[in-house]
Ligand binder design. Sequence first.
Ligand code: 1GP
Length: 221
Amino acid sequence: MRHLFKLDPAKKLPDGATERLVQSGTDGFIIGGSDGLLLEEVQELFRTFSSFGLPVFIEVSDEAMVFPGASEYLIPMVLNTTDVNWLLGAHHKIVKDYGDFIPWPYVLVEGYCILNPDAKAAQLAKANTDLSTEDVAAYASIAENMLKLPIFYVEYSGTFGDVKMLLAARAELVNTKLWYGGGIRTVEQAAQMGKIADVIIVGNILYEDFEQALETVSAVR
Ligand code: 1GP
């Protein structure tokens, strides 16, 4: 897996977008967003995209996104948060309330490192974004060696990230996959981060320049 589109249930894609996205060569879709998530919108988007055989991940950042029947669930754990709720608090609550119904074989935990201070996710999760490359490397090492997470996600949502930060994470990771997302708007940017990360995630540009978004797939092919 090399490329994923992140779909925001609160935003509208252009007409005919679904077929073109499915045929774009992408490896799949993440349904996620930082605010205003409504269960109906999430389910509608899931229904639309899940019938084509590509993976559709539901990123559960809000209880509103919990519904049975999705093929895979991504659970963010914000490693650089200053608020325990985003590290384990919300997770504890969900497992306590819904534990018996959680399809564990289909759950993947993402160790997030949020680095754009202006991103909604950074503010919501009270992330400490004032980090050095050594700090990022240490979080990556925690994901790899202590928590043995499947995914370490370098998140710059809304702005193109610092390659040095991604390289610092890369150097620590063997079994944990490195995902990068944030500000990818061109093929060149997709190629630059795609060379370092295992998977790149393309979000906002889908809603700003759809044609350009489609082209990012070619960068990692
Ligand atoms: C958001 O990492 C993704 O969680 C993608 O970021 O929306 O900036 O492409 P953009």
